[in-house]
Design a protein around this ligand. Sequence first.
Ligand code: FES
Length: 100
Amino acid sequence: MAEGKSRGFEIGGLQLLAVRRAGQVYVYQNRCPHRRVPLEWHPDQFLDTSASLIQCATHGALFLIESGECIAGPCEGKSLSAITCGEDAQGIWINPPKQD
Ligand code: FES
């Protein structure tokens, strides 16, 4: 995954998004804390025009890539659900959360 790019994917029925920023990969559930809908504008398009924040396509909420915290919009102060992830020689891996 290239620097400054985002990507959506699904594992075990869970919708997720990944973003690489400053070399590090961050993974979150693809679900806005406002209306619990998917975030992307178009397939794999999760970032604002500056590519420095995750943006919800529905009402424009902005989230920090590093923490998932919403810093502007209707769900300000709430956060995306972070997924434990890492990267090694095999690629990017995640530790999926337990589903209810
Ligand atoms: S659904 Fe995401 S900001 Fe409203």
